[in-house]
Design a protein around this ligand. Structure first.
Ligand SMILES: Nc1ncnc2c1ncn2[C@@H]1O[C@H](COP(=O)(O)OP(=O)(O)OP(=O)(O)O)[C@@H](O)[C@H]1O
Ligand SMILES: [Mg+2]
Length: 253
């Protein structure tokens, strides 16, 4: 019974996401907030001379702060500006991308890293369009077959090698990750990325949890690009009605 209720809620969430929260379905204010975030991220890398693509990770203190949602929309917003964009689902414990975007569950990242598949087999395409506008396509590698040892895989040299190859093809690679206080994955991968974004959701993590997250990220020398404030409350339906989807970006100085 509890499971049934939970799955119904999830289905409702997914429907709401597709109707109101992904790419071209975002409100004007939401789309503008993502464009501002895009500009700030691009400027953060303006002094990088290498032509290799940039890898941007995301994390948060606790589960459910909106990381995956932020990464989908950020990838969409970069792709809209004709950048070559790849979204990688680096959360191999609780993958959601395939379900959310109606993609194949596998092959994905885990299958690539253990050598079961080639990059070409694992990259899927999510195409979406605003009415009357050119379609926008994001390439996506979903988590894939759930492995017994996600942290080991994320820490392995195989991920570095894979990112090295992908950097030659894409301008921006967005790496979706689990929260810091749940598992170590985001701390393990932070040094492999060019920067980390921290999503903070309204009324979710405590100050203490966020401070702890920051301390742990600093310990691994993560380059913190900034914070995304996800203004959605738990009862997000009222926000859909108002078309409220506010995000702020505060660049670390
Ligand atoms: N701005 C928003 N407005 C309304 N609902 C939102 C918003 N951001 C996230 N949500 C909802 O909150 C739930 C969690 O979002 P999401 O999966 O992106 O979080 P997450 O941080 O990736 O979670 P996890 O830690 O489990 O990976 C989803 O059901 C999503 O639809
Ligand atoms: Mg997620």
């Amino acid at each position: 019974m509890a499971n049934k209720k939970k799955s119904q809620r999830t289905e409702e969430n997914l429907r709401n996401e597709r109707r109101f929260m992904i790419g071209p379905r975002l409100s004007f204010a939401g789309a503008e907030a993502y464009k501002l975030l895009r500009t700030n991220i691009m400027f953060s890398f303006s002094d990088h001379n290498s032509t290799d693509g940039k890898v941007i990770g995301v994390t948060s203190s606790i589960p459910g702060e909106g990381k995956s949602m932020t990464m989908i929309n950020l990838a969409y917003t970069f792709a809209e500006s004709r950048k070559r964009v790849l979204l990688i689902e680096g959360d191999m414990r609780l993958p959601t991308m395939a379900n959310r975007l109606r993609l194949r569950q596998a092959p994905g990242l885990s299958d690539l890293m253990v050598g079961l598949n080639d990059i070409g087999d694992a990259v899927q395409h999510f195409t979406t369009a605003k009415e009357g506008a050119e379609p926008v396509t994001i390439d996506i590698i979903v988590a894939g077959t759930i492995p017994p040892n996600p942290s080991e895989l994320m820490g392995s040299a195989r991920l570095d090698a894979l990112l090295g190859v992908l950097r030659k093809t894409y301008d921006y690679i967005f790496l979706d990750q689990p929260p810091v206080t749940a598992v170590t994955d985001a701390l393990i991968t932070a040094p492999k990325t060019d920067g980390t974004i921290i999503v903070v959701r309204n009324n979710h993590a405590s100050r203490g949890a966020l401070a702890d997250t920051m301390r742990q990220l600093r310990l691994v020398d993560a380059h913190i690009l900034g914070f995304v404030y996800n203004g959605a409350s738990d009862d997000s339906r009222k926000y859909y009605k108002k078309g409220y989807y506010k995000k702020g970006y505060y660049k670390k100085t």
